[in-house]
Each structure stands twice: as structure tokens, then as C-alpha cells.
Design a protein around this ligand. Structure first.
Ligand SMILES: NC(=O)C1=CN([C@@H]2O[C@H](COP(=O)(O)OP(=O)(O)OC[C@H]3O[C@@H](n4cnc5c(N)ncnc54)[C@H](O)[C@@H]3O)[C@@H](O)[C@H]2O)C=CC1
Ligand SMILES: O=C(O)C(=O)COP(=O)(O)O
Length: 530
């Protein structure tokens, strides 16, 4: 009988469903990482919310683990590359708590507009300070949405009902979708200049981290009120405190913090600051939704192999699975690679299969490319919703098949149309010709021939091909204590542009990237993960 550990507080429905479906379940919450490491080896499944941090160390001890189920949306507390490397399926419940979280953002907006927490405390202290609390109306005010996905769209809908004007910054929001939502798509600077209230609804990624930096906050309107029910780390907390102290920021409400649990913060006690302890998803309705959904999905997987809402594996029928599986892994890696290497809106993505790949069912491969690509923008993408999400983002998807073989027996090419022109990557499968058990390999990167395994954490460098460069890079990595797993090299022409792809044991830090970029001859350096 498979065994699941529920390690964060979850509605009792989850345990009930596991038991009904023949899965043994333990509910043990509040464990330290070391305590979790000591017990995790016994379990086939781990059901979590946001408190449990599923790190590489925990995964390393999770020798029997097959599936992690997140009863909620954000999976930034799970090391997905490490889970994938171990073959652990990671699933979430993308919609179960979105209404609830959107309502919390609206609640915090009202709390700021009418200073409800401070007025409540003062009244209950017997002060009756009727003249101290002068609020503002929401009607006719401009709400700036940063991120207009599932939750952002619901917030927009509610705000429009309150007769607010809504402007949104989301590079992946298509003009058609903006029109459908009744909101105006704008650039970030315009949002900062126009919004009376700003609310954040993006995942925490390298692009969104510190999106409200000191510099961005300085561009906001005098008296702006800011709400964050998405993730700590989207706002520079020190700059927020300074803005509140100076009076430039009229109010801020945070449900999420850089460090959680946030038991102390310079923001605590600041006038016009409101906070809640990551309560966005905490309603009985949402918790029942996500508990039922996560338990059903995990039980399906453990009992029959069915895959729903998985973030790192494709959903597949039993018959097609063995032959398509390596192609899907290749497709997902190529999609993820172009997603990580290109930024901003993409008008078109083309998937071209050549040779043996062209004879297979293309749909799962196309979904895998799109899922890999979109995962760099949203946590809620999976194999099932990837084509729909691509459509919503205005991405045209083209499929091209050439049954004739080219240089390779089988080849998959992914091209994206960006403002800078068409850019493409291509890969093949090495190993048995029927593809079962074959290994994905990158063979071309933006026109440069390179042969690489896309796995784990990688460092990508584009440099001028010149003697001594590899030695300088190798010494730098050695000095920084970075262990190189594999090393792949390609170049456009002798003395021209060269590309290096190195696999490294730990995620590439911003500090290391800074040092690599400072090396003579480096044009681009980025950290990638698969
Ligand atoms: N406080 C809480 O308890 C809860 C917090 N959340 C958080 O809310 C976040 C949003 O959830 P959903 O709306 O369901 O996700 P979603 O994936 O549907 O929407 C996220 C949106 O952010 C956009 N985005 C991505 N990168 C961006 C960038 N650089 N700039 C601007 N926009 C960007 C995406 O295009 C997408 O439209 C989640 O990632 C999660 O971290 C979710 C539920 C509860
Ligand atoms: O679903 C999400 O992304 C959330 O942030 C909710 O977190 P929680 O399940 O309440 O710990």
C-alpha cells in the first residue's frame, strides 16, 4: 500500500480521500528540515502547502518518493529541477484557491483605503478617534495589476465591479485577452505613474524578483497604496519601509514576506502598514477545494499512474507512453531552453519534427514544448493547459513535419519569433532507434552546433572565440568553488561567436554571473535550470 505524508496543515478531507482510495496516510506538520529528512524515506507521496520547503537535501533523503502534491498554486518552495532529476512528479491545484486569494487582495485594498486595522485598534482601545481616520473612495481610482493571470483576472473583475479603472502590466497578456477582461494593458512605468493602488499577482521568478524595487517605487504616484498577496521578494521591503516613512507611499498591505514565517520585520508598527500571515488561500472553501483535488490527483498517480496538473511530466495514455516519453522529455527541455533564453512577448512558436519524430503523434510533443516554454512565466502551466495558455497569451503555434531524415535520424526543432528575429534550438535522441530508453540531446543552439545534455543547473555563456578564454572561465569557477559536471562547447566560426554550456552542481548565483560577465570576451552569461 503506498504511503503519503501530509506535512502542512490541510483540510481533513485530504486524509479521508487518501484512505478511501487505499493510500496509507500520516499527518505530521511543523517538522524542521532535519526531522523531515529523518522520516521522508518512508513515503511514496508528500502533500504540502507553502510551509514545507522541499529542498535538494530533503529530496535526496526521499528515496521512495514518487509524487509531491501542492495543495495550492505556488511551487517556489519545491526544487523542481531536483525533483525532476529524481523522477518525482510535482503537481499543484492551479485554480482551487484563486477566488479566495483575489478576495483577500480586495479585502486588503479596502483595509488600506479606510485604515480599518488602525481604526479598529483605536476604537477598541476606547479612543473614538472619529477625526483621525480619513479614508479614500475606490470608485474612479486606478488599480495597477502586476500580473493578470488567474488571480489577477479575478481581482480585475471585482475591481471593475467597484467602478475602478484597471491597468495591467503583464508581458504575456495578449491585447485580445485584455480587451475581454475590460482592462488596459500598459508598460510597467506607465502603471507606476498612473496607479492609485498597485496589486501584485505574479509568481516569483528571476524576472519578477524585486519588480517593485526602490527605483520602481520612486516612479509611483505620491500616496500610492500597495498590496502584495502573491510572493515575498516581489517588493524590496526596505524600500517599501522608506517610502512609507517618507509619506510617498500612502499605505502597504503584505500577506507575504521575503522571510516566512515573518515573526519580526522593520515594517511592523509602521503607520499605514497592514499585514496578514500568508492568509491569501485561507478560507474554508478554498482549503476544501485544494485538499480534495490534491488527494485525488496524488491517489490517481500512486494507484493507477494517471497524471493530472503535473508541472514536470506530461500527461499520457498507457499505449503511447513508452515511445513518446523520451520525445516529450526532449520537447520540454527545448521549450524550457528557448523560454529561459528569450524574454518578453513571443508572437509565434514553431515546432518542426524531422525523420522518425515526424511519424509520431505531434500533439503531446507540442504540448511539452509549450509547457517547457511557459513554465518560465507561470507556475500553473501543465501539459493539459499549455496550448490554451499559449493561445491566451496570443502565441501562434505552428507545427511542421518533414518525414525525410536530415543530418539526424530524428530531430525536433523549436523556433520562436521575437522582436530580434527568429531564433531556434534543435535536439535529437541518442540511443535505441525505437526511442524507448533513448536520451534527449541538444544539437543546435541559435544556429551554433553544440552537443549537450540539458539537465539540472547549467551555466550558459556566449563569448568571443579567443585563446585562453576557457582556461580563465575554468579558473574563475574553481576559485568560486563551483564544481563542473559536464562541459559543452560550440562556435559559429573560428574567432567568431562561441557558446559554452556547463552543468554545475548548485544553482548559478547572481554573484557568480556578475563575475562571469566581467571576464574579457563574455557577451552573455545566464543561469539555466532543467
Ligand atoms: N497569498 C497566497 O496565499 C497565495 C498566493 N498565490 C500566488 O499568486 C501567484 C499568482 O497566481 P495565479 O494568478 O494563479 O498564477 P498565474 O500563473 O495564472 O498568473 C501569473 C501571471 O503573472 C504573469 N507574469 C509572469 N512573469 C511576469 C512578469 N515578469 N511581469 C508581469 N507579469 C508576469 C504571467 O504572465 C501570468 O499571467 C502565484 O504564483 C502564487 O505565488 C497564489 C495563491 C495563494
Ligand atoms: O497557493 C499558493 O500559492 C499559496 O501561496 C497558498 O499558500 P498556503 O497553501 O496557504 O500555504
Amino acid at each position: 500500500m503506498p504511503k503519503v505524508l501530509i506535512s502542512d496543515a490541510m483540510d481533513p478531507k485530504a486524509a479521508q480521500i487518501f484512505r478511501e482510495r487505499g493510500v496509507e496516510v500520516d499527518e505530521i506538520t511543523g517538522k524542521t528540515p532535519d526531522e523531515l529528512i529523518a522520516i521522508i524515506g518512508d513515503y511514496d507521496g508528500l502533500a504540502i502547502r507553502s510551509s514545507t520547503k522541499v529542498t535538494k537535501a530533503i529530496l535526496a533523503a526521499a528515496t521512495n518518493l514518487k509524487v509531491i502534491g501542492r495543495a495550492g498554486i505556488g511551487v517556489d518552495n519545491v526544487d523542481i529541477p531536483a525533483a525532476s532529476a529524481q523522477g518525482v512528479v510535482v503537481m499543484n491545484t492551479p485554480f482551487g484557491n484563486s477566488i479566495t486569494t483575489a478576495e483577500h487582495a480586495i479585502a486588503l485594498m479596502f483595509a488600506l483605503a479606510r485604515q480599518l486595522p488602525e481604526a479598529d485598534a483605536s476604537t477598541q482601545a476606547g479612543k473614538w478617534e472619529k477625526n483621525r481616520f480619513m479614508g479614500v473612495e475606490l470608485t474612479s481610482k486606478t488599480l495597477g495589476l502586476i500580473g493578470a493571470g488567474n488571480i489577477g483576472s479575478i481581482v480585475a473583475d471585482r475591481a471593475l465591479g467597484l467602478k475602478m479603472k484597471v491597468v495591467a502590466f503583464d508581458p504575456f497578456l495578449s491585447p485580445e485577452r485584455a480587451l475581454e477582461l475590460g482592462i488596459e494593458k500598459v508598460e510597467l512605468d506607465e502603471l507606476l505613474a498612473r496607479a492609485d493602488f498597485i496589486t501584485l499577482h505574479t509568481p516569483l521568478t528571476d524576472q519578477t524578483r524585486n519588480i517593485l524595487s526602490a527605483e520602481a517605487l520612486a516612479k509611483t504616484k505620491q500616496g500610492v497604496r500597495i498590496i502584495n498577496c502573491a510572493r515575498g521578494g516581489l517588493i524590496d521591503e526596505a524600500a517599501l519601509k522608506a517610502g512609507l516613512d517618507s509619506g510617498h507611499i500612502g499605505g502597504a498591505a503584505l500577506d507575504v514576506f521575503v522571510q516566512e514565517p515573518a515573526k519580526e520585520s522593520p515594517l511592523f508598527g509602521t503607520p499605514n502598514f497592514v499585514s496578514t500571515p500568508h492568509l491569501g488561500a485561507s478560507t474554508s472553501e478554498a482549503q476544501v477545494n485544494v485538499a480534495i483535488q490534491v488527494a485525488e490527483q496524488m491517489a490517481d498517480y500512486l494507484m493507477s499512474g494517471g497524471v493530472t496538473n503535473a508541472l514536470n511530466v506530461p500527461s499520457l495514455s498507457a499505449e503511447e507512453a513508452p515511445r513518446l516519453k523520451p520525445y516529450m522529455a526532449l520537447a520540454e527541455k527545448l521549450g524550457s531552453l528557448v523560454g529561459q533564453l528569450t524574454h518578453g512577448a513571443i508572437g509565434r512558436i514553431s515546432i518542426h519534427s524531422e525523420g522518425a519524430a515526424a511519424e509520431l503523434n505531434q500533439k503531446p510533443m507540442v504540448s511539452a514544448v509549450l509547457a517547457g516554454f511557459l513554465r518560465t512565466q507561470t507556475d500553473t502551466v501543465n501539459m493539459v493547459n499549455a496550448p490554451l495558455l499559449a493561445k491566451e497569451r496570443g502565441i501562434e503555434v505552428r507545427e511542421v513535419r518533414t518525414e525525410r531524415e536530415g543530418d539526424y535520424h530524428t530531430l525536433l526543432r523549436v523556433s520562436v519569433k521575437t522582436d530580434a528575429g527568429e531564433r531556434s534550438v534543435a535536439g535529437t535522441l541518442f540511443g535505441p532507434s525505437d526511442a524507448v530508453g533513448a536520451a534527449p540531446r541538444l544539437v543546435e543552439l541559435f544556429g551554433i552546433k553544440v552537443e549537450a545534455d540539458l539537465a539540472g543547473h547549467m551555466l550558459y555563456v556566449v563569448n568571443e572565440d579567443a585563446p585562453g578564454f576557457i582556461g580563465r572561465l575554468g579558473s574563475l569557477l574553481g576559485e568560486q568553488g563551483v564544481n563542473i559536471g559536464t562541459f559543452h562547447l560550440g562556435r559559429r566560426s573560428a574567432g567568431g561567436e562561441a557558446v559554452l554550456l556547463l552543468s554545475v552542481d548548485e544553482p548559478v548565483t547572481a554573484e557568480l554571473l556578475g563575475k562571469v560577465r566581467a571576464l574579457a570576451g563574455v557577451r552573455t552569461a545566464m543561469g539555466l535550470s532543467f
